[in-house]
Write a protein that binds this ligand. Structure first.
Ligand SMILES: C[S@@+](CC[C@H](N)C(=O)[O-])C[C@H]1O[C@@H](n2cnc3c(N)ncnc32)[C@H](O)[C@@H]1O
Length: 221
């Protein structure tokens, strides 16, 4: 399979339908995540960093944003974004979301922080061959009482089904599975769940406080 997030990384922002369709999901997601100044947040599979401005704004200069992605090329674009905006509290980690050791993220946190206050992922978990191990890692990194938000896509619903062919093209280009529905894990496992659909149901956003895992499969060191 062609690695669309390698060679095409330079064109991702221009081709991603950001303004017309997908920005609405990230804005809604970051708002529902409910970060506070001084918080730390993981942006899983951050790509070129299209969420960073919103996340940096939410956590403020005393907080920190950790962007993780497995594509060196996407991270290079993210690095340029960080540099051009002068963000000194954004760290980037090259790793596979399905297999990374959560300690690689902990190492990037400000001193004395062993977990993050929030975990966020947009338009990425539906691209993974299996998002469950990625969720386990997000959850392992989250402090007790921390919040998670997943933004992802599915086929449009109701009268908006007319746009389904366009959604299928967008998914095929990006390698996403429109049936993956990764936000459902937050709906099932979260407390105070906020789950909304935007852009004709094509974009789903779910956010919640995540209780500690009673049977942790992963631990932090
Ligand atoms: C559609 S892009 C979304 C990027 C970003 N989250 C956004 O909202 O624009 C999907 C991203 O997932 C990354 N990705 C795909 N599989 C991955 C994996 N197993 N581990 C980490 N990143 C992965 C790709 O490199 C790409 O940057």
């Amino acid at each position: 399979m062609v690695n669309v997030y390698g060679a095409a990384a330079r064109f991702y922002d221009a081709l991603s339908g950001e303004r017309v369709v997908y920005r609405a999901g990230r804005e809604c997601g970051v708002a529902l995540l409910g970060l506070r100044p001084g918080d730390t947040v993981l942006d899983l599979a951050c790509g070129t960093g299209l969420n960073f401005a919103l996340l940096v704004d939410a956590v403020g200069p005393a907080g920190a944003v950790i962007g993780l992605d497995r594509s060196r090329e996407m991270l290079e674009m993210a690095r340029r974004r960080v540099k051009s905006n002068g963000w000194t509290n954004v760290r980037l980690v090259e790793a596979d979301a399905m297999t990374f050791d959560p300690m690689v993220v902990v190492k990037e946190l400000p001193a004395a922080r062993g977990s993050v206050d929030g975990v966020f992922s947009s338009y990425a978990m539906s691209v993974f061959t299996d998002w469950h191990p990625a969720w386990d890692r997000m959850r392992a990194l989250l402090r007790p009482g921390g919040r998670a938000c997943i933004v992802d896509m599915q086929s449009p619903v109701k009268i908006y089904r007319v746009f389904s062919p366009l959604a299928r093209i967008a998914a095929a280009v990006g390698g996403a599975d429109l049936k993956a529905r990764p936000w459902t894990i937050i709906e099932r496992e979260g407390v105070d769940v906020r789950s909304v659909a935007v852009r004709g149901g094509h974009i789903r956003v779910a956010a919640a406080t995540i209780p500690p895992n009673p049977q942790p499969g992963l631990s932090l060191g």
